[in-house]
Design a protein. Structure first.
Length: 578
């Protein structure tokens, strides 16, 4: 098995003139060829080596997706050093924990905002020696308390001047990265992933969803998350020579889609939910000719004449808003509502779902192009074994399973048994055709005082599917019934109750409106009619604002941090039980 730098150099030599990366600069996308990227990686490796970075040292990256992220990653791995990606949405407290736990020697920060968070903890980072910045307007004003502060350009200059040969003897089983888990229930844990873990998983994933050097990826999920890193970076660029363009940010995604016209894209269910609502918004108001035509189009059977006509009249235009060339999108991170999957399938937008964890580098199972079974997360990748424990816990064995948790042998031994099976903590079942279906997470299941078990994620999918509900979080552990925190979709609320908006009231006031409370209650009753008695949501509290990453309520892949939400809204939850 090749290491990541070995495979990259092989691919770059094969496609030297092809575009490797695209980035937005002064309103236009510019390209970096494979030959240029390879040269910049080599120079940066020399520069990092001149700063004392050696085999096994930890180099952290605190940056948004950009070409410099890739350059830093490949240069660090070239030296046999270990990359520690840090989510840019994390709080200074969590950033401090990650840098200290990993013992990072050098950190690359993208801009002033990220440096400011780092500076709040700079006195408490004893192992950190050097801070490298990509963009700062006035670096001379920053006090890094004894740590060396320098620009990436200075690192590159040092690399150009260095005549020292690269000192590296990287092996496939060396640790390539310490990736910290999203931390939905506790402080993030450092997952040690080797070059073999990444390269095996990238190649295995490509058997499920093939890519070639002709493909164009649009990247917007954070590279600090292992799904985007393996499937949206290593698999297409390192293994196949495809081009990756970086979205400016999530708010510019629609425009960047039209500019790049990607053929492939990796996303999470929350993005598909927002896209679904956006499409419906454009088809309303109800009763209009466009709306009636859209309803008719969705009822057409794929492959028949009506569906072909619907595609020509409507669906093709919708796909054009996404660039017009998407042949497949990959959804991961959490479960996608089957109703959404069927909706996009009618629009001829193929969504392939998969399942995995940070600890499995990450893909374990995936549907295949031409064999997508909605409601499942596919079948196991070649070379990966899965089986179910007595309690339906999903166990995984294969070359993609992590080396262990950094500095935590006890926890490693708890999740990887003596036979090498990784205990995922997720529960599921395998259907007759071999497709895996996820039930829920072991630690997140709700055990009611009545003895009944409830899986909150499944209920939240149904709640969020209602057009008036944007987000939900269900509670009830050790209680006799379930309650929910609900965030209304304010655009839909304003359409349904225009008199609320006309009074000029803000969401903080609108959540207390009896009209809105009654409207949501009626919607909730319809949802409850489809549920077992113990699954019914007894009461709810409306929140004015969405759960966010900035508030530590969502992980970087937009999953709920339930413990944070429960703590923040403890009074509201308790009130629903009084």
């Amino acid at each position: 098995m090749q290491t990541i730098p070995q495979k990259f150099n092989e691919t770059a030599a094969k496609f030297p003139k092809r575009p490797a990366l695209k980035f937005k600069y002064h309103g236009a996308y510019l390209s970096v060829s494979f030959a240029e990227l390879r040269q910049r990686v080599a120079v940066m490796a020399q520069g990092l080596q001149s700063l004392g970075v050696r085999h096994g040292d930890r180099v952290a990256i605190l940056s948004e997706n950009r070409t410099e992220w890739v350059r830093t990653d490949l240069a660090t791995l070239t030296l046999g050093a270990i990359v520690v990606p840090v989510h840019t949405t994390l709080s200074p407290t969590i950033i401090k924990h990650i840098l200290n736990d990993s013992g990072a020697k050098l950190v690359v920060v993208s801009n002033q905002s990220q440096l400011n968070k780092l500076l709040l903890a700079i006195d408490e980072l004893p192992a950190l020696e050097t801070v490298v910045f990509i963009n700062l307007d006035h670096p001379e004003i920053y006090q890094t308390k004894g740590k060396q502060l320098m620009s990436l350009d200075e690192v590159m200059t040092a690399g150009e001047r260095s005549s020292q040969a690269i000192d590296s003897s990287v092996e496939a089983d060396d640790v390539a990265s310490i990736v910290y888990t999203s931390g939905t229930t506790a402080l993030p844990k450092g997952v040690m992933l080797t070059h073999r873990n990444f390269m095996f998983n990238a190649e295995a994933s490509l058997t499920a969803v093939p890519a070639t050097e002709r493909d164009r990826f649009l990247s917007f999920l954070p590279l600090s998350h292992v799904l985007e890193r393996t499937c949206g970076y290593y698999a297409p660029l390192v293994c196949r020579g495809a081009c990756i363009a970086y979205a400016e940010d999530i708010k510019m995604l629609a425009q960047n889609l039209r500019e790049i016209k990607p053929t492939m894209m990796i996303s999470v269910p929350r993005i598909f939910e927002k896209l679904h609502k956006s499409i419906w918004d454009k088809m309303k108001p109800a009763g209009s000719l466009k709306y009636r035509l859209f309803i008719w189009a969705l009822k057409q059977v794929p492959g028949n004449l009506g569906h072909l006509l619907a595609d020509r009249l409507l669906f093709r235009r919708i796909r054009a808003k996404l660039g017009g060339h998407l042949r497949v999108t990959i959804s991961g991170g959490s479960s996608l509502n089957p109703r959404l999957a069927r909706f996009f399938q009618r629009l001829k937008i193929t969504i392939v779902e998969g399942y995995g964890l940070t600890e499995t580098a990450p893909v374990v199972t995936a549907c295949r192009l031409g064999n997508v079974k909605i409601g499942t997360v596919g079948i196991q990748l070649p070379g990966v074994e899965i089986k179910l424990g007595p309690d339906k816990e999903i166990l995984v064995h294969g070359p993609n399973v992590m080396k262990g948790y950094y500095n935590n042998l006890t926890l490693t031994n708890e999740v990887i048994d003596a036979d090498g099976w990784f205990h995922t903590g997720d529960l599921g079942f395998i259907d007759r055709e071999g497709f895996l279906v996820i039930i829920g997470r072991k630690k997140e299941m709700i055990s009611l005082s009545t003895g009944k078990i409830v899986w909150p994620e499944q209920l939240e999918l149904q709640l969020n599917n209602d057009r008036l509900i944007s987000q939900s979080c269900v509670f009830g552990n050790n209680r006799s019934y379930l309650v929910a925190l609900l965030v209304p979709d304010w655009q839909e609320v304003n359409r349904s109750l225009p008199e609320l908006q006309s009074n000029g009231r803000e969401p903080d006031q609108m959540v207390r409106s009896p009209q809105l409370q009654q409207l949501i209650q009626r919607r909730l009753e319809k949802i409850n009619d489809q549920l077992a008695d113990w699954e019914k949501i007894r009461t709810f509290t409306l929140l004015p604002r969405e759960f966010s990453q900035a508030g530590d309520e969502l992980t970087p892949t937009l999953k709920l941090r339930r413990t944070v939400i429960a703590s923040r809204y403890a009074k509201e939850i308790e009130r629903m039980y009084s």
